[in-house]
Design a protein around this ligand. Structure first.
Ligand code: MRU
Length: 353
């Protein structure tokens, strides 16, 4: 298990992913504003990790508040949630994590619960969401492992691993689970320009686990697919619309088309809270635009001429028609996704009653 983030008595401790793989250092966030900065600056990144960080951010904001009355605290909670929600727009897990803690706060405040009790309850919930993320990833692994070849090469894009979650991974959790069950799997990691999540993070965490890993530049997978050297693709997701269209790291869409063309299965692994039932199709998913400097500069060195136009969308949307299956902790979804997603959501609602 890689300690991506952790609630400690001193604050929320984050493994600084901007420094990997060269330095393994931690950033301690002691208030909600620092948690927001950590999310915005991608010290922590990856949809499930962002979701739990959002929950911990609200919890630390409430826990450290000096408000002495509930109306005062309620006003602060609104500011805390808005600050955290303004960090990154695409991963729906962020809004889910913030919402889970805010809903509990509202419920307890409505019952006039004493403030110290509210503080203890929201911290306990944030910690529980952390544990639940690990359990969900392991369950995704159990469902997904059998979809991967007994022996073969799997391509992944970005980092949907331990570093993108609370310590096991979604797409890479499925790879880990397959390897734990005896599959002989080699991983190809797209480097994932411009932030290099594949080259820096996926390669780092898989090598720690002794899973054979090769880094590819983002433009190489077509040639390898044509040579028959890739048996499956597996990626994570930042937001899945109600029809199965999936936002994930920029470049995923292209990989999905290549996989389709070469008859290679294309899997998405994501916890059920990545599915946004309120967004009908991928067209409704907000796509984060990041600082052009991530493209123009590499390691502080300018790579492009002054004044050139730059595009830097952080995510793209893979249409559901290119997705073979979506692996969740509740089971494996297949086309038609609108129906399978609706059925799984309904089952969960029934189970919750
Ligand atoms: O910009 P990032 O690094 O937060 O983007 C991460 C991804 O796109 C991941 O593939 C996605 O969040 C799934 S992580 C389990």
């Amino acid at each position: 298990m890689i300690p991506t983030l952790e609630w400690t008595p001193a604050g929320v401790n984050f493994l600084d992913q901007t420094k990997l793989p060269l330095e393994e250092t931690y950033v301690l966030a002691t208030d909600y504003k620092q948690v927001a900065t950590v999310i915005r600056d991608m010290i922590v990144r990856g949809a499930p990790a962002i979701g739990v960080s959002g929950a911990m951010g609200v919890a630390i904001g409430i826990e450290r508040s000096t408000a002495t009355t509930l109306p005062e605290l309620t006003a602060e909670v609104a500011i805390i949630c808005a600050t955290l929600a303004a960090t990154r727009p695409t991963a729906v897990n962020l809004f889910w994590g913030i919402g889970r803690v805010r809903d509990l706060y509202n419920e307890l405040a409505a019952r006039n619960t004493p403030i110290p009790e509210i503080k203890a309850a929201v911290v306990a919930l944030a910690k529980r969401l952390y544990d639940e993320d690990i359990a969900a990833c392991k369950q995704m692994g159990a469902f997904g492992a059998e979809l991967l070849p007994k022996q073969g090469t799997v391509l992944t894009h970005c980092n949907a691993g331990a570093l993108a979650t609370c310590g096991y991974g979604t797409a890479l959790g499925v790879v880990r689970a397959a390897v734990e069950r005896g599959h002989k799997i080699d991983v190809l990691a797209d480097e994932t320009r411009p932030f290099l999540q594949g080259a820096r993070l996926t390669a780092w965490e898989l090598m720690k686990d002794n899973i054979p890993t090769t880094v590819l530049c983002d433009n190489m997978s077509a040639a390898l697919m044509a040579q028959g050297r890739i048996q499956a693709v597996i990626v994570g997701a930042d937001r899945i619309a109600a029809n199965g269209d999936t936002a994930n790291k920029i470049g995923t869409y292209g990989v999905s088309i290549l996989a389709k063309e070469h008859g290679i299965p294309f899997y998405v692994a994501a916890p059920f809270n990545t599915i946004d039932l309120a967004t009908a199709t991928g067209a409704g998913i907000p796509i984060e635009q990041r600082d052009p400097r991530e493209v123009t500069h590499s390691n502080g060195k300018q790579m492009t001429p002054d004044g050139v136009g730059i595009e830097n969308p952080a995510f793209d949307v893979t249409p559901a028609k290119y997705i073979t299956a979506i692996i969740t902790e509740r089971g494996v979804l297949r086309a038609p996704f609108s129906e399978s997603i609706r059925a799984m959501a309904a089952e969960s609602e029934l189970a919750a009653v």
